[in-house]
Write a protein that binds this ligand. Structure first.
Ligand code: 2DE
Ligand code: MG
Ligand code: MG
Ligand code: MG
Length: 319
């Protein structure tokens, strides 16, 4: 017996995801909502949701209905990680507004982030269970985010962090959630496990690019443009790829760093002069090429291919 699926029109799907996220935020008990409801209007980019929807698109350009809840859950997980991330990074602004931790304190932020995480799991649990979904474990992806973040913390302030370890950290803290999005979307549109794995890998590569772009932004942009603190990674002991390159190539920089003599201006100049930003873009480009290779291998409509490339370009900060 063929089950009937009520596919959703492409141009309506992202709005439905936003509606679902906002509904969860705005119907939370008032003691939570008083702290979290501003997140509903906080103009997130919804790039993970958009990617998931594109991956779930069938040959007729229609979206599987379960994609809405998967995408809403992933965006809520993303919100939760930001709330906790801002505690860990001691950040005072996010999306141009005061962070939860700044406004209400770290304890409140940790608890609200936990509540959001539980909300995301509830939204996943609302999706009817199907055997096709068994290979996708949202909690496992969340655990990889935590492992990446913990690995970053363990290496806090470690100036000799290797490129390999950096890549491992970001593959957890950021790329895992992108991988989850692509994986979930693909499960809804593809039957073949090998193809589904290709989407997952594509998501991971795009997530790596996204974080490398973010790590450049920390040195290149102003708080006005980024709408969050900039020039703060080094201050917080977070050793990113542009910095790794600078420390490797400027031995004096390390000496100064160890004796605590570096200002923000020194660091910025060093990262630029050592070619740390260019180096990061070269590594990012390698992931771009790998991602593009997968996109070109997928047997999909031209429409879907163009949309996947647009997500890739967004991750590079090109659009
Ligand atoms: C963002 O990096 C990475 C966020 C991962 C946060 C993960 C945490 C564990 P950034 P920005 C806190 C909690 C895990 C959950 C809730 C599953 O460079 O520059 O700090 O936007 O991002 O602050
Ligand atoms: Mg942060
Ligand atoms: Mg962080
Ligand atoms: Mg950052």
């Amino acid at each position: 017996l063929q089950e009937e699926i009520n596919y959703i029109e492409n141009d309506k799907a992202l709005d439905l995801v936003k509606e679902k996220v906002n509904k969860e935020l705005l119907t939370a008990p008032v003691i939570i909502r008083q702290y979290t409801q501003h997140l509903a209007a906080s103009s997130g980019k919804y790039i993970r949701a958009a990617a998931l929807l594109i991956c779930s698109q069938n040959e007729d350009g229609l979206i599987h209905p379960h994609a809405i809840n998967f995408a809403a859950a992933i965006e809520i997980i993303h919100l939760a990680t930001l709330v906790h991330d801002d505690v860990i990074d001691n950040a005072s602004t996010r999306r141009g507004k005061p962070t939860l931790q700044k406004k209400y304190g770290k304890r409140t932020a940790v608890i609200c982030g936990d509540y959001l995480l539980c909300t995301a799991l509830k939204v996943v649990a609302e999706i009817p269970e199907k055997k096709e979904y068994l290979n996708l474990s949202v909690p496992d992806y969340m655990r990889r985010v935590c492992l990446g973040e913990l690995n970053q913390h363990i290496n806090n302030g470690f100036l000799d962090l290797s490129v390999y370890k950096y890549l491992k950290i970001i593959s957890g803290k950021t790329a895992a959630l992108f991988e989850a999005s692509f994986h979930a979307g693909a499960i809804l549109s593809e039957k073949d496990n090998k193809t589904i794995s290709k989407y997952a890998k594509l998501g991971r590569y795009i997530g790596m690019i996204f974080q490398m772009t973010d790590d450049c932004i920390d040195f290149e942009t102003t708080e006005d443009i980024a709408k969050k603190p900039v020039q703060s990674d080094f201050e917080q002991g977070v050793i990113t790829l542009p910095l790794i390159h600078a420390f490797k190539n400027l031995p004096d920089l390390k000496k100064k760093a160890i004796s605590n003599q570096l200002t923000r201006e020194d660091i910025n100049a060093a990262v630029a002069n050592s070619g740390g930003l260019d180096y990061t873009r070269i590594i990012s480009r390698k992931y771009y090429n790998k991602a593009m290779k997968i996109i070109n291998e997928l047997l999909i409509t031209q429409d879907k291919r163009i949309k996947l490339i647009s997500i890739l370009d967004r991750a590079c900060g090109l659009t």
